[in-house]
Design a protein. Structure first.
Length: 234
């Protein structure tokens, strides 16, 4: 553990020069002395050896400029302090696992998409970054943005018109989705989207009642089952 940005880069360079094993994940603090997290991140991403290592940026700042700078530098993860040791450990494990799953791929496009996937699903990613990611060409990235509780309501409304049924359905999994957006989805042209909503026990009862009258028998039947299940819990 090195708390100094200069010492951190010296340590990494020493590992490279002596052909030692590189770390599985690099954890940076934005406010490290001598070289801050952004400066160290820039050096890591400009090195052909270091750039393959996933990077986690830990900071007390949720300033949009900080997040966008980290996004520009292809940061993998943005975690706002304070964060518990157990949660940090879980996040580090998750990003290492995600990196390992695509580690055999050398395609830069796959690497960049992987980073966007992580950012889109991270609850610590700033709303301005999520807004940008909501326009990503990847359906999987947009679906993760749709599920992210920090995604602005205006972005969720826009995503409710996304051409992908998977993205539109993902919005219903977001605990902060406004009811007006859910109302739009309850009238969605896709039967798969409406069926997914009809199975959602977190959907407001009044919207389930609307789906009970759906022209599709499978949607209406599922909505009736879900509504009956909710009433039994009361």
């Amino acid at each position: 553990v090195l708390n100094d940005g200069v010492e951190a880069m010296e340590y990494l360079n020493k590992l490279k020069e002596t052909h030692q094993n590189m770390p599985d994940v690099i954890l940076l603090d934005l406010n490290m002395p001598r070289k801050n997290g952004h400066e160290v991140l820039a050096e890591i991403k400009n090195d052909p050896v270091f750039r393959a290592i996933p990077v986690v940026l830990l900071t007390v700042s949720e300033n949009d400029d900080d997040v966008m700078e980290a996004l520009r530098l292809k940061m993998n993860y943005y975690i706002a302090k304070p964060v518990s040791a157990s949660k940090l450990a879980a996040l580090l494990k998750a990003i290492h696992q995600l990196h390992s799953e695509t580690g055999g791929e050398n395609s830069q496009n796959l690497e960049e998409q992987r980073i966007r996937l992580v950012l889109a699903g991270n609850e610590h990613t700033a709303p301005i970054a999520l807004t940008r990611l909501s326009e990503d060409p990847s359906e999987r990235v947009r679906a993760r943005v749709a599920e992210n509780p920090r995604t602005p309501s205006g972005v969720l409304m826009k995503l409710s018109e996304d051409p992908s049924p998977e993205v539109r359905l993902s919005i219903s999994e977001n605990i902060n989705t406004p009811e007006e957006v859910l109302e739009t989805l309850a009238r969605d042209n896709s039967e798969d989207v409406r069926l997914g909503l009809a199975s959602n026990h977190k959907l407001p009862a009044n919207l389930l009642e609307v789906l009970c009258e759906d022209e599709n028998i499978y949607v209406s039947s599922q909505a009736q089952k879900t509504l009956a299940s909710l009433k039994q819990r009361v």
